[in-house]
Design a protein around this ligand. Structure first.
Ligand SMILES: Cc1cc2nc3c(=O)[nH]c(=O)nc-3n(C[C@H](O)[C@H](O)[C@H](O)COP(=O)(O)OP(=O)(O)OC[C@H]3O[C@@H](n4cnc5c(N)ncnc54)[C@H](O)[C@@H]3O)c2cc1C
Ligand code: FES
Length: 295
């Protein structure tokens, strides 16, 4: 099993080094001078100094997947892709350069290496939906560095609920030269409103791939809304394709003590998504339609 990177004890303060719009989302970057480099699929509990504003909300930190990591001279730059859907994400989206971001992490279990998930697989298929594309950006880069053949399928509801594509570019956004990042050739998109790629669900693209010859030699890594993950789980189960799903559940603590993130296991019992996940083998759960998850 791929080892998780353990978080240093306690919460630490990082400096926000960038906050930019990316379609309907934002990419918030912070410099972590003390923490280790996270693995793809791990997450952080985030908060700002504006936490507990009028009415006391948000009260608790919020969970976010790390979308990109870069070693910077004095530490590690962490990029978070976020969608403002409530008081916590709105406060994070409003952060300015030089302000403080409070982080705890990296937390949770990362995605497994391809050889562990599917020892005979020749390649990986990454399937992301909406803001759930975040952890797949770092995973894609890591798989590419290891020479793993891959296809990336990214789906969005509509133009307003889409963004972060530059995280999947061959050269990262903001690279020297200032040119627009070139999208990597293995990335295909889908959208329900047809504004990008195939008009329909991203799982339509997955179904086509799994009907072809690629199914026999592939493994699937997915993150997105519960209905998408459930469709991925069903397609992979039917095709006997090994798969891992990065799931979400409401998280109060993020480190195993509140049981707010419990998800039922196939055959009985529960796992705590914050410590036993968020990346879970698709064959371990009965359904990805978890109560309280998804926006
Ligand atoms: C492991 C993990 C990784 C995540 N990664 C990202 C990420 O990379 N980018 C990102 O934008 N968001 C991510 N989320 C979701 C993010 O934590 C929630 O959007 C955030 O907590 C909402 O807080 P809020 O105060 O803005 O809104 P709230 O008022 O708390 O919630 C707004 C709406 O979002 C729903 N919601 C709240 N928390 C969650 C949750 N944990 N999962 C699903 N729906 C929720 C609520 O039901 C409500 O409808 C992740 C969640 C988890 C558990
Ligand atoms: S969030 Fe508290 S146990 Fe998982």
């Amino acid at each position: 099993m791929t080892e998780r990177v353990l978080a240093p004890f306690g919460r630490r303060r990082c400096e926000v080094v960038a906050n930019r719009a990316s379609g309907g989302y934002r990419i918030v970057s912070a410099l972590d001078r003390e923490g280790p480099e996270p693995r793809p699929g791990q997450f952080y509990m985030l908060a700002t100094d504006r936490w507990g504003g009028p009415g006391g909300r948000p009260y608790l930190p919020r969970a976010f997947s790390v979308a990109e990591v870069e070693r910077a001279g004095e530490g590690v730059r962490l990029d978070f892709l976020l969608e403002a859907v409530g008081p916590g994400t709105e406060a994070l989206a409003a952060l300015r350069e030089g302000e403080a971001l409070a982080i705890t992490g990296p937390l949770g279990r990362p995605f497994s290496a391809l050889g562990e998930l599917a020892p005979t697989a020749a390649g990986a298929i990454l399937v992301g939906g909406g803001i759930g594309i975040a952890p797949l950006a770092l995973l894609r880069r890591e798989l590419a560095a290891r020479g793993v053949a891959q296809r990336v399928l990214l789906g969005f509801r509509d133009r307003r609920h889409a963004g972060g594509l530059e995280l999947f570019a061959c050269s990262p956004a903001g690279s020297p030269g200032g040119r627009a990042p070139r999208m990597s050739s293995e990335v295909r998109t889908a959208s329900e409103d047809g504004h990008t790629g195939h008009q329909g669900y991203v799982t339509d693209l997955l179904a086509v791939l799994l009907e072809g010859d690629e199914a026999a030699g592939a493994a699937v890594y997915a993150c997105g809304p519960p209905a998408m993950l459930e469709a991925v789980r069903g397609l992979c189960a039917a095709g006997e394709v090994p798969a891992e799903l990065a799931m979400e559940a409401p998280m109060a603590c993020g480190f195993g003590s509140c049981f707010g993130c419990a998800v039922p296991l196939r055959g009985g019992g529960y796992l705590r998504l914050c410590v036993d996940g968020p990346v879970v083998g698709a064959d371990r759960i009965e359904t990805a339609l978890v109560a309280g998850s998804g926006h």
